[in-house]
Write a protein that binds this ligand. Structure first.
Ligand code: BGP
Length: 469
């Protein structure tokens, strides 16, 4: 093979809570994402205990994809998308997590998937992307509680059955390993001062592993053609020096992420993982069938996000910079985005190789991209050469990984293919899209859509199957 496979899924990715808006329409319940405020530019968002009138919640209206999905999908089709990754908003289907399903919510996703299928765009669906029904959080403490597994499974059964003819690719949890880095955003985990962080987080992760495994089994029973994957954030780690202690630190850093993929791909906790839990004083509360269930629910593929690489060091005085979900030690060999995230295409090749060598199952890059400030010109154009440069360099190494290294890759969906609300900071001005949306950090703007230069560039990339970039 000397090019991308013919059936390679080029596309783009979003998440329901960051683009849909319509947070209280047609019977939708409140979700944890709906009580997340906008941070000051560059600053983390905050959770409020319910909606406070004096606060601004950017995802309440987001980019109004809920009403404009037809216009947006037409633009994706114009770019030639073969697939589109989004998530189903759990609280649209089960407004309080327990009672439902809400038929109007189900109808919305039927219409959305029909629209994609009309253009032969394959939906790629994340079942839970950083939102949990708010009531499940309030009433049960979210994923701390084993009961969440049953609520999640009921939701899965509903959507697997309803969309069995429309959706083939599913992912059970977005960036499941982020539970250790941002437990509130990832899993709705509010950790009280008297609670032990590790005990809560790894217990909740165990519940998610079981929920995912049961969902994989259930999905395959409902439709054997389903491809059900896990999804992780992949943070390539370099050792700061060849000092053995730094190398060990790099290995241990990435191991703390393999903890998650090992269980979901291999269906077992490794001895290393069990020892790690013990060293942290974590004692998992399990039931007799848990091991068997994990083994029954091994995933079909690994979806992952990759934005930047990281550096592991034993030097306590090392300087830190930004990065997706985890602050990284500064790498003097790399440039950084306006948000301080390193730009490192080679790190993506390493990620692809590491994952494929370790697991030998298909991979899917479901997030990658550059968050940047764009400038809308008076004539409606946006000249985002920096984004084209970022994506071009990443696609070059993806091709090398597929063609030279033999990595089996299903597809590539750059993040935020249409501008949307940032998960980390709630900003609109941190834009990733090929399509510009006229809305600012305070929620002002016409919401009109504009094609950026990268729109035409990606269109050529797709039509040439990655040859013209
Ligand atoms: C990932 C999340 C996405 C997304 C992306 C970019 O971790 O899965 O939801 O938003 O990061 O991050 P941000 O929006 O903070 O720039």
């Amino acid at each position: 093979m000397n090019s991308f496979p013919e059936n390679f899924l080029w596309g783009g990715a979003v998440a329901a809570n960051q683009c849909e808006g319509g947070f209280n329409l047609d019977g939708k319940g409140l979700s944890t994402a709906d009580v997340l405020t906008a941070g000051a530019p560059g600053k983390a968002r905050e959770y409020t205990n319910g909606i406070l009138p004096e606060k601004f919640y950017p995802s309440h209206n987001a980019i109004d994809f809920y009403h404009r999905y037809k216009e947006d999908i037409a633009l994706f089709a114009e770019m030639g998308f073969k697939c589109f990754r989004t998530s189903i908003n759990w609280s649209r289907i089960f407004p309080d997590g327990e009672n439902g399903p809400n038929l109007k919510g189900l109808d919305f996703y039927d219409r959305l998937f029909d629209e994609l299928i009309k253009y032969s765009i394959e939906p790629v669906i994340t079942i839970s992307h950083y939102e949990t029904p708010f009531v499940l959080w309030k009433k049960y403490g979210s994923w701390k509680n084993r009961k969440l597994i049953d609520f999640y499974l009921r939701y899965c059964e509903t959507i697997f059955t309803r969309y069995t003819q429309k959706v083939k690719y599913w992912m059970t949890f977005n960036e499941i390993n982020v539970i250790t880095l941002n437990p509130v955003m990832s899993a709705g985990l509010k950790i009280e001062p008297q609670e032990d962080f590790n005990q809560v987080v790894y217990q909740a992760a165990h519940h998610q592993f079981l929920a995912s495994a049961r969902a994989v089994k259930l999905g395959h029973d409902i439709n054997p053609d389903f491809k059900i994957g896990m999804m992780m954030l992949y943070p390539t780690f370099y050792a700061e020096t060849c000092k053995p202690e730094d190398q060990l630190a790099a290995m241990q850093s990435i191991d703390s992420h393999y903890y998650f993929s090992d269980v979901q791909v291999r269906g077992v906790y490794s001895q290393k993982a069990l020892n790690f839990l013990q060293s942290k004083g974590v004692s998992l509360i399990t039931e007799p069938d848990d091991d068997h269930e994990l083994l029954q629910g091994k995933v079909d593929f690994i979806g992952f996000s990759y934005y930047n690489s990281n550096v592991a060091t034993t030097r306590p005085e090392a300087a830190f910079t930004g990065g997706n979900m985890l602050n990284a030690v500064k790498n003097p060999f790399l440039k950084e985005s306006d948000w301080g995230w390193s730009v490192d295409p080679i790190g993506l090749r390493i990620a692809l190789n590491n994952l494929y060598d370790r697991y030998s199952i298909p991979l899917f890059i479901v997030e990658n991209g550059l968050g940047a400030v764009d400038h809308l010109q008076a004539d409606g154009t946006i000249h985002d050469h920096y984004r084209i440069d970022y994506l071009r360099r990443h696609i070059q190494v993806i091709k090398q990984s597929v063609v030279e290294d033999g990595v089996e890759l299903i597809g590539y969906t750059p993040w935020g293919c249409i501008d949307l609300v940032s998960a980390g900071t709630g900003e609109m001005n941190k834009r990733y899209g090929f399509i510009y949306v006229d809305r600012d950090n305070q929620g002002n703007g016409s919401l009109n859509r504009y094609r950026k230069d990268s729109f035409y560039w990606y269109q050529r990339c797709i039509s040439s199957n990655g040859e013209v970039i």
